[in-house]
Design a protein around this ligand. Structure first.
Ligand SMILES: Cc1cc2nc3c(=O)[nH]c(=O)nc-3n(C[C@H](O)[C@H](O)[C@H](O)COP(=O)(O)O)c2cc1C
Length: 155
């Protein structure tokens, strides 16, 4: 069985989570949507990793999903979200995916991470207003990430 964990990440936390999932699975590979993923059809299970910015995700992820949906859909095993507004994560997924995923697709939210030092001045102000975060803060639940990897491996 071959597994692809496909993510996009502006500030690095989704990348780290995608790599952790791949590290905890056999024969799994993490790909950024900006990398050249060859042959999606050669993977048995596909995991999509989505960070949320201003209620959506990056254009490259949206384009990637649209362009490759026919190949992704029958292989889609799970979608994970990184965001601050965790109660809305299912809504985010339904808005971003070209189609509502089947009930068997596992949907998870692992929390999020914000490092104001990586942001532009105006973004820092907006983030402070919305979240109250002024110094690097992470609430990513690593145990949940590892448990998700176990689900992918089927145990
Ligand atoms: C500029 C910016 C905008 C964000 N907008 C939202 C948002 O609208 N809703 C939300 O729940 N989280 C939002 N977040 C939180 C991110 O989803 C969270 O920080 C995530 O871990 C970022 O992933 P990354 O490190 O892979 O870029 C935002 C974060 C930043 C920096």
């Amino acid at each position: 069985m071959k597994i692809a964990v496909i993510y996009t990440s502006k500030y690095g936390s989704t990348k780290r989570v995608a790599e952790k999932i791949a590290d905890n699975c056999d024969n799994a590979f993490a790909f950024s949507t900006l990398s050249d993923i060859q042959n999606i059809e050669s993977f048995d299970k596909i995991i999509i990793g989505i960070p949320i910015y201003a209620g959506s995700t990056t254009r490259d992820m949206r384009n990637f999903l649209k362009k490759n949906w026919d190949a992704i859909k029958p292989r889609l095993f799970g979608v994970f979200v990184l965001c601050w507004d965790e109660k809305n994560y299912i809504e985010f997924i339904n808005k971003i995916l070209p189609e509502k995923p089947d009930d068997k697709v596992i949907l998870e939210c692992f929390g999020g991470e914000i490092d104001p030092e990586l942001l532009m001045e105006f973004e820092r102000k907006v983030i402070l207003e919305l979240t109250g975060v002024s110094t690097k803060t992470s609430n990513i639940r690593n145990e949940q990430v590892v448990a998700f990897a176990k689900k992918i491996m089927g145990n």
